[in-house]
Design a protein around this ligand. Structure first.
Ligand code: ZN
Length: 492
């Protein structure tokens, strides 16, 4: 396959030419959500980042098997093997079955992802449906001598592992750093070493999410699921493992240790991580009062928001930054993104109004080449978008007659937007949600009023009066001013 896609590999800390193990097949695993609450901005960024990679690899002709899991067990309140299971806690507070909670929030996650035009992965396995595979993995690690039983729980022996291999290859930490960071925590008395992490936890009597195992009735440690399910669906070695940067340590570091302990080598060739999102320069958090769910963005129903933002505005805004850079949300930044995206969409619609010329004065193919170059450079979406803006300028000039384009170049322009803005960046001109419907509705009314102006200009009074009268009958109040026509809808 002819391409020069380079991606930044967190493991080697450099950009590398992407070479799949078994082309045209590509195996990609991304850590999905823990389903115990409404999807928020923190869910949107990794989903959109890896959606772009999924779309671009597919566009290049690869057959991608994209696995994104659902965590519905084993993710504890304090990521360090401690505290109540997040889903069990929500279930206790809302007096539901844990699987009711997981199902409900899985559906709301799917709905939000669909609104953001994030494609569904090829497989979406649930951790609770793969307890057998996780027990199998733990048995292998025990047999290899890198885990031990203590009080019915199984812990990974980080010290032993670190003697034979290097614990910390991904995060760049060494064992001393890890020990210094973990020494403070309580509930460590079962472990040989504070840095050891749970592979299996014996359930306390009040813990309802439990399964039988050779060691105790209990549940798997959070890190096990991705190693077990990644291997089940993508094999002992696969191409890409992704997730947010916050997962590098401990989650992905532990995944590497588990895989190497069980099978003697890592499972993954390219580790790819997206950077995080802040709101007005601050980390997003429930305690900081700046926690905004995706639904609140779509409806505007949050005191931090000045208006609703369509899912496509959120998506476009995230893509205006490179995935390894930070993204800071603010009303001003979102409004600017909304305007910018609309400029591109308007330019795309204006392609229809270009009158083809005999010769072109601009090289359109160059735009396509530049967009590929930007995407090949570690998925540089902001540069891709800047080339689309340059192309939009050419469209507007061509509509005004200041630039000439041949019929085939007009077609090439349409191809450029269809390919990069719609197929690869995943922007769609029609929006989901309430604000999206209003937007589309407003555009239809504007379109009718443009028809009326055109009729008036042509002195076709029958048509212009008909449009005005029929809109008035529906409750539209239309005013002609010297700056154009305004409208408002008065519903009785
Ligand atoms: Zn994971």
């Amino acid at each position: 396959m002819e391409h020069k896609l380079t991606v930044y590999n967190t493991l080697t800390r450099k950009k590398e030419l992407f070479k799949p193990i078994n082309p045209p097949h590509v195996g990609m695993y991304v850590c999905g959500p823990t389903v115990y609450g409404d999807p928020h901005l923190g869910h949107a960024r990794p989903a959109i980042t890896f959606d772009i990679l999924f779309r671009y690899l597919t566009h290049l002709g690869y057959k991608v098997r994209y696995v994104r899991n659902i965590t519905d067990v084993g993710h504890l309140e304090h990521d360090a093997d401690d505290g109540e299971d997040k889903i069990a806690k929500k279930a206790r507070l809302s007096q539901q079955e844990p699987m009711e909670v997981a199902h409900y929030y899985t559906l709301s996650y799917h709905k939000a992802m669909e609104a953001l035009n994030v494609l569904s992965p090829s497989i979406e396995p649930q951790a609770s449906g793969h307890i057998i595979e996780q027990i199998g993995l733990i048995k292998e690690i025990l047999a290899a001598g890198y885990a031990y039983e203590s009080g019915g729980s199984i812990y990974f022996d980080v010290n032993k592992y670190n003697i034979d291999h290097h614990y910390g290859v991904l995060s760049g930490r060494n064992l001393d750093d890890v020990l210094n960071a973990t020494r403070e925590l309580e509930g460590q008395e079962e472990k040989r070493n504070p840095s050891d992490f749970a592979l299996w936890k014996k359930a306390q009597p009040e813990h309802i999410m439990r399964w039988p195992s050779p060691w105790s009735d209990g549940f798997p440690g959070w890190h096990c699921e991705c190693t077990a399910m990644g291997r089940k669906y993508l094999g002992e070695r696969f191409d890409i493992h992704g997730g947010g940067m916050d997962l590098i340590f401990p989650h992905h570091e532990c995944e590497i240790a588990q895989a190497v302990a069980a099978q003697g080598h890592d499972m993954v060739n390219y580790w790819i991580h997206n950077n995080m999102i802040t709101i007005n320069g601050q980390k997003m958090g429930k305690s900081l009062g700046n926690f905004i769910t995706l639904n609140e963005f779509f409806t505007g129903n949050n005191e931090n928001l000045q208006q609703p933002y369509s899912p496509m505005t959120i998506r476009f805004f995230i893509l205006m930054s490179h995935y390894r850079g930070t993204v800071d949300f603010s009303n001003e930044a979102l409004q600017a993104a909304e305007k910018a995206m609309n400029r591109l969409l308007e330019a795309y619609s204006a392609i229809d109004h270009i009158v083809p010329a005999a010769e072109s004065t601009v090289n359109i193919k160059e735009f396509t080449a530049k967009c590929y170059e930007a995407m090949n450079d570690d998925l540089n979406t902001p540069i891709t978008i800047s080339h689309l803006f340059d192309a939009a300028k050419v469209i507007n000039q061509a509509v005004d007659g200041n630039t000439q384009l041949t019929g085939s170049d007009v077609g090439e322009m349409r191809f450029l937007f269809d390919t990069f803005l719609f197929d690869i960046l995943g922007i769609r001109p029609e929006y989901g949600g309430e604000s999206g419907r209003e937007e589309v509705f407003g555009r239809v009314v504007d379109m009718l009023l443009e028809q009326r102006s055109a009729a008036k200009a042509a002195k076709d009074w029958a048509v212009s009066d008909k449009i005005r009268d029929e809109l008035a009958a529906l409750g539209f109040e239309i005013k002609d001013t010297k700056d154009g026509t305004t409208w408002k809808l008065n519903l009785k």
